[in-house]
Design a protein around this ligand. Sequence first.
Ligand code: NAD
Ligand code: MN
Length: 503
Amino acid sequence: MSTPTNRNQWQSLADKLISEGEIKSSAFIDGEYLPSVSGETFECVSPIDGRILCHVASCSSQDADIAVSSARQAFDEGSWSALPPVKRKQIMIRFADLLEQNQDELSLLETLDMGKPIRYSGCVDVAGAARAIRWSGEAIDKIYDEIAPTAPNEIGMITREPVGVVAAIVPWNFPILMACWKLGPALATGNSVILKPSEKSPLTAIRMAQIAIEAGIPKGVLNVLPGFGHTVGKALALHMDVDTLVFTGSTKIAKQLMIYAGESNMKRVWLEAGGKSPNIVFNDAPNLQKAAEAAASAIAFNQGEVCTAGSRLLVEAGVKDELLDLIAKELLAWQPGHPLDPETTCGAVVDRQQLDNVLSYIRSGVEEGAELIQGGGQVMAESGGVYVEPTIFSEVNNKMTIAKEEIFGPVLSVITFDGMEQAIEIGNDSIYGLAAGVWTSDISKAHKTAKALRSGMVWINHYDGGDMTAPFGGYKQSGNGRDKSLHAFDKYTEMKATWIALD
Ligand code: NAD
Ligand code: MN
């Protein structure tokens, strides 16, 4: 069937999947779909309209034990870990091809499960996931180890080996994409993986496991355990036979995972956590219209549920009024709509709890004295789904709650500054350090500001750029380690020094 082109076609495809019970909702262990050991399930409710999509296996520590031992066995047998890199490459390229061939189904599952617009779930999420798998696979037979510059009577080899069993715990905002940012380098380097999707968005991970097997990834190498953080997530984080834990999600849980690692086997822990990124617009920004378009998409794309969201707009006093007018106009193109309508740019927030979080932040903005200049409310309630308007607060002080905490919704806090030093000071006054934008025509100011910002990514005269070739991740409480690029491979390998005496 060709890709649907309108809401009705997407809706009938969705109805068919749901009514025929075709949505995969089990755990995937050792190459097979299985119920959880306890038999427990949880409801998967679509935020689009409140409809129950399916009941998903709710895994616990018992399922974690089985999956970890399957992953360990596969690793030790070498069905994947001992393959020549060129073979792993071929299988990963096939995996990427199959993700692309199943793009309609995967993007539909993503949209139904977490509410993002269908216009992005294919071309951004699924396509990006396939790219991450393919890029990592393609790289693996082109990476060389090292020989140390030793004396002539000895050889010092520095080699990288897979860590072994990797647990990947991922969030709900870009479910398949965040999973594949981990799976790409983890699988390419020869590890076995247990993927724990968020309880709010398990469907694409579950479906993807079958696609991996079809591509030729041996059983036990990719296991998927749906379930809650405090049950199966915690069990994986505390497991004595998990070698590395990789995570994307909130800073609060990220910190907890470091504790679990310390309480158990000191597994390596790599964290991609939250952000409160400053998007800094100077008076000499080269193009205010372009800055406004970027600022609007930086807060409204994916309903604001983006770790790099440009949630603090720092604007220099001279262009504040003009810029705010332009952004307000731009945000009209980001009003919530039905996520299955290909015209919709802003969909449903992930669930009712997240809606309540966002609305309570909006109330706190008003209570703490910020000026609500656009949006501020829930919309489309009659749909049975959960939607919130893109919202702008002006006159925000960086000490206010809406400037300090990650809202993870389409709520922009506008803070006015005067001069580069103040911009840098406010920009850096955050527990986070994930990303930042800088808009100026002055090349020295651009570089000085970019250098002074304590953040993992800086975009000059645009926002949210990047691809597989550049590392993604943050400073401070935004995390450690990096996804994407060859730097990500370090997280999934141990480094060995082997000395050979020649006499
Ligand atoms: P979270 O950190 O609670 O969840 C992320 C993942 O961790 C999920 O798979 C979850 O099941 C798992 N988890 C939760 N508790 C766990 C535990 N004790 N042990 C092991 N795993 C555990 O994030 P959330 O609840 O989905 O959202 C809460 C907030 O986190 C959001 O409002 C937002 O501020 C932030 N968030 C950030 C990102 C990001 O990409 N930076 C993504 C999602 C959420
Ligand atoms: Mn869901």
